[in-house]
Write a protein that binds this ligand. Structure first.
Ligand code: HEM
Length: 369
């Protein structure tokens, strides 16, 4: 190899790594706050994501066997909560359920994000899906009338930029070679930043579900011409250390024990998009800088002391359907990943309810077990 060739190869590698470390989705310099920029060919890619999820469902839950979710399969439990919108919400954040102060009865489902490992004590993501009930006004999906969902995970960014990448990632995962997605044969396509995010996200210790912070990762409309992300963070720091010898379901056991003894509390916050390029709507692999735009508390989530681990309540939990599109138009999910989720969550929930012969209904918040 000549010196010219060597420097060309080195230059290519540097460019490849720089590309891998910066935003990948082209964001127009003229991007407007709160605006979406759909991808060419997006519909076809979204359909591929749906088809892939349906294939996985068929493979994992053959006809005649109980069907579970396609993601966030393992629930730690569903707990009752009271969500109270604060009376000091800043004017620019008073949209949808945050428009006026007041209480909502809610259900929260805690889950592991990845199907493997099945034990809690392993690399994984943790989900906190919140469903507010008794929410008046029009909704984006016609079926449910009075719920507003917030789907959160214990990491601030998603590791896949768009539906095209999602299909590749999901294929690599189903072939048991997720690394192949991040580090293929072509260094120009390496996704170093996303790989680092994934390892960082799944490597976090979770001594207690009540001590973690959870993020929407992807943005939502916050009234006309504004976008925002959501986060739920403990109201005060929660003392929790990893058990010496964690059992396969230590997170549920910890939740049972803590909520038997005392209530828990989270603050729901909203982070406004302040810069349409540095805080993009279409690329959820980019973290929105909390120093530029901190999460502003808009509601308090109180989880009363309770017993939640009965078989009847677990069955109810299993049959709930969360979706970011269970939302009012003022809080519409934004960006390509969210546009894909509109179809997927509905289709997969229909598949599993159909196979289990269970009617799909939205809860009222007054269920008791
Ligand atoms: C294209 C990207 C995504 C796909 C294909 C996808 C797919 C799914 C599916 C199929 C379910 C189960 C739905 C059901 O059966 O009811 C689910 C649940 C969930 N997803 Fe996603 N998801 C995506 C992105 C995200 C993102 C960005 C988040 C960030 C917060 C997220 C958080 C969750 C949570 C917390 C649940 C559990 C909901 C529950 O407890 O029932 N997902 N996802």
């Amino acid at each position: 190899m000549t010196r010219a060739h060597r420097s060309l190869a080195l230059g290519s590698l540097v460019v490849a790594l720089a590309t891998a470390c910066g935003p990948r989705v082209p964001i127009p310099a003229s991007a407007r706050l709160g605006a979406e920029y759909p991808f060419p060919d997006e519909e076809r890619r979204i359909q591929e994501v749906v088809d892939l999820a349906k294939e996985t469902m068929k493979r994992d839950y053959p006809a005649g066997t109980p069907a579970k979710r396609d993601a966030h399969i393992k629930a730690h439990g569903c707990v009752r909560a009271d969500v109270t919108v604060r009376d000091d919400v800043p004017a620019e954040l008073r949209h949808g359920v945050f428009a006026a102060p007041g209480p909502y009865r809610a259900w929260i489902r805690y889950s592991n994000g990845l199907p493997k490992p099945p034990e809690d004590n392993g690399d994984n993501l943790r989900g906190m899906a919140i469903k507010l009930t008794g929410v008046a006004g029009p909704k984006l999906m016609t079926e449910e009338v009075r719920t507003q969902d917030f789907l959160l995970v214990n990491y601030p960014v998603f590791i896949v930029a768009d539906p095209t990448d999602y299909v590749e990632f999901a294929r690599a995962v189903s072939e048991d070679s997720p690394l192949g997605y991040f580090l293929g044969w072509n260094p120009f396509d390496w996704k170093i930043r996303d790989l680092r995010a994934l390892l960082d996200a799944v490597g976090q210790e979770t001594p207690s579900l009540l001590a973690a912070s959870y993020f929407s990762e992807v943005p939502y409309r916050m009234g006309e011409g504004q976008a925002a992300k959501f986060a739920a963070k403990p109201c005060a720091s929660v003392a929790a250390t990893m058990p010496d010898d964690p059992s396969p379901s230590y997170l549920r056991e910890d939740l049972v024990k803590r909520l038997a003894a005392e209530p828990a509390c989270f603050e729901l916050g909203v982070q406004l998009q302040k810069d349409a390029v540095a805080m993009p709507v279409e690329d959820p692999t980019i973290e929105w800088d909390e120093e530029v735009s901190p999460f502003v508390p808009v509601a308090t989530i109180e989880i009363p002391a309770q017993k939640f681990d009965s078989p009847a309540q677990d069955a109810f939990c299993e049959n709930l359907s969360f979706s970011p599109w269970h939302a009012s138009p003022e809080l519409q999910p934004l960006g390509a990943i969210n546009r894909a989720r509109r179809v997927i969550y509905d289709e997969i929930s229909k598949v599993r309810h159909g196979q289990n012969a269970v009617k799909r209904t939205e809860p009222t918040g007054f269920e008791s077990f």
